[in-house]
Design a protein around this ligand. Sequence first.
Ligand SMILES: CC(C)(COP(=O)(O)OP(=O)(O)OC[C@H]1O[C@@H](n2cnc3c(N)ncnc32)[C@H](O)[C@@H]1OP(=O)(O)O)[C@@H](O)C(=O)NCCC(=O)NCCS
Length: 190
Amino acid sequence: MLYKIRLATENDAQVVHDIYGAYVPLDYVTFTVDNPNVESYRQKIVDTLEKYPFLLAENEDGKVLGYVYGSALRPHDAYQWNVEWTIVLAPDAPKRQGIASALYKEFVRILAKQGYRYIYGVLVDTNEASIGFHKSLGFLEVGHFENAGYKLGKWRGIRWMVKQIGSLEGELHKPLKLSEVIDDQGDEPY
Ligand SMILES: CC(C)(COP(=O)(O)OP(=O)(O)OC[C@H]1O[C@@H](n2cnc3c(N)ncnc32)[C@H](O)[C@@H]1OP(=O)(O)O)[C@@H](O)C(=O)NCCC(=O)NCCS
């Protein structure tokens, strides 16, 4: 299948809302119980693009197949070289065709250019597809927190998985803003 990967814009808020919303009623993908409104997704896209890539995979007809974005692992300054990621394909997007892996590859390429060192996935512990996907990318499980959340009448656990994406050696600088490595057309003149 032909598709391209591009930066999200705030105009993608509706489709991002709808794709995530399809998983909110399920018990194995997310601990979100009520899907936030479209405006909050618009704000999330705008805020994310300050510091992290927010990328979409889109087919030839312009249909969004899935997306990936980064967020802060923890709010304190010393954590700033870490990224927590979220990656989701649309329910009707083809699976096991490498789309999520392609999103990951481009996402990490940009993060590394910005100077981030580690990427973390926080998965519901029964999400076999996501666990298999993270393992295939070389993530290691570093924590299993049982009964971390309560959803749909049951206590449920999460797994933390991590992968190093940048060297700890050499000169340390704060991670660059996204606009310092890529412009809003997705070009990289810098
Ligand atoms: C998890 C998800 C992102 C994987 O997307 P995808 O495009 O199908 O993944 P890829 O084709 O890039 O898969 C790469 C590798 O990951 C592993 N993998 C992917 N899906 C898997 C599954 N259902 N079971 C086991 N391993 C799986 C495989 O090793 C696969 O390689 P292979 O197909 O050659 O065996 C997708 O299934 C999805 O969006 N699921 C619903 C939302 C979700 O769970 N998101 C993650 C929240 S943490």
